[in-house]
Design a protein around this ligand. Structure first.
Ligand code: HEM
Ligand SMILES: *[C@@H]1O[C@H](CO)[C@@H](O)[C@H](O)[C@H]1NC(C)=O
Ligand SMILES: *[C@@H]1O[C@H](CO)[C@@H](O)[C@H](O)[C@H]1NC(C)=O
Length: 317
């Protein structure tokens, strides 16, 4: 009897994990959402991301950032993918889009998905799954995410005001992320996405002009040298721009954070402890990052009968 209870307990527990109850999942989403309608969805998306990263590993950063920009503006509804039209300037044409890339990866996956299971897999889900795969393929953690997001039908340049600018300090970041339901810990872990990729001079040159005292002197020269090439010159966030590791946090510890909004996390007592923990313990960072991404991926999602399944990610049906 006891062993039967145990078996039942284990089955129930696994079921709960599969359904994401343990993570407090949005009601219309589930881990196995496409099991019946598009069982190859995971493989198709993984292949598209893998193929792209093989020829350009810097695209991992692009996918993770695009998912963030999608979720923070009008929720994770694929609105970042929509093209502007004559009568509507879309999110992607905002200056805040600065260097968003990787749209062709989403398109490649979508095209194959429409061939194998037409009309079932949303662009918002493709982006969420592609970002997840990008993290894993860049040597980061693998985590399952719930699916079932529906695509939004609004994409307006003015909504990108919801994206945090790199001029914010730690307390402002805590407030902004707090307003969207994230703890300070979530926010610092999510900022750790900057273990991938680069920033352009235009995103940090104000620090040089203002002689920001929180930049280590040699690193200030590095940033100046980068900017000497122009506003679009790229500065990697850490020395391993295509590897998902703790390097970003170690850079903050030695005052070699690229963005003001990065370095502030170490300068402020409210977040410094987290930076130190993540710099020291990559596994802990991975764990908290996964949890925070799971939360971010469910920000204001459209479920059930809301929204649509776009047939072309660039265009509202
Ligand atoms: C905490 C607030 C955040 C601010 C102020 C911020 C700001 C920025 C800025 C200014 C850039 C450089 C853009 C450029 O110059 O080209 C950037 C790049 C990037 N951001 Fe953030 N970000 C934040 C949070 C996040 C989050 C939550 C994620 C994802 C979970 C993320 C992922 C990325 C990635 C991967 C890049 C590199 C993109 C590439 O190399 O193509 N960021 N971010
Ligand atoms: C981003 O916005 C600018 C205008 O601010 C536009 O010229 C550019 O094409 C957009 N980039 C992408 C990748 O859509
Ligand atoms: C952050 O910036 C705000 C607004 O400029 C300011 O009031 C606050 O004191 C700053 N906080 C820290 C910790 O520097």
């Amino acid at each position: 009897m006891a062993s039967l209870n145990l078996v039942f307990g284990v089955i129930l527990y696994s079921y709960m994990i599969v359904n994401g109850w343990i993570y407090g999942m949005a009601t219309g989403l589930s881990m196995n959402y496409y099991v019946m309608t598009c069982p190859t969805a995971d493989i198709i998306i993984r292949n598209a991301v893998q193929t792209a990263l093989q020829s350009d590993p810097t695209l991992a950063a692009a996918l993770v950032r695009m998912h963030f920009h999608d979720c923070f503006v009008q929720g994770c509804d694929g609105s970042v993918l929509i093209d502007s039209t004559k009568s509507n300037t879309a999110e992607k044409d905002s200056p805040a889009n600065l260097s968003l890339r990787g749209y062709e990866i989403i398109d490649a996956a979508k095209q194959e998905l429409e061939r194998q299971c037409p009309g079932f897999v949303s662009c918002a889900d493709i982006l969420a799954m592609a970002a997840r795969d990008a993290v894993f393929l860049a040597s980061g953690p693998f985590y399952e995410i719930p699916k079932g997001r529906r695509d939004g039908t609004r994409s307006k340049i003015e909504d990108t005001i919801d994206l945090p600018p790199p001029t914010l300090n730690s307390s402002q970041l805590i407030t902004i992320f707090g307003n969207r339901g994230f703890t300070a810990q979530d926010m610092v872990a999510l900022s750790g996405a900057h273990t991938l990729g680069v920033a352009r001079c235009s995103s940090f040159k104000f620090r040089l002009d203002a002689a920001d005292p929180t930049i280590e002197t040699t690193f200030a020269k590095t940033l100046s040298n980068t900017c000497a090439t122009g506003d679009d010159a790229e500065q990697p966030f850490d020395s391993t721009r295509n590897i998902f590791d703790s390097g970003y946090f170690s850079e903050l510890q030695r005052r070699a954070g690229v963005l003001f909004s990065d370095q502030t996390l170490f300068e402020s007592a409210a977040t410094r402890g987290l930076v130190n923990k993540y710099a020291f313990n990559r596994a802990l960072f991975n764990m908290d990052f996964q949890r925070a991404m799971l939360k971010m991926g469910q920000l204001d999602v459209k479920e059930g009968s809301e929204g649509e399944i776009r047939s072309n990610c660039h265009i509202i049906n």
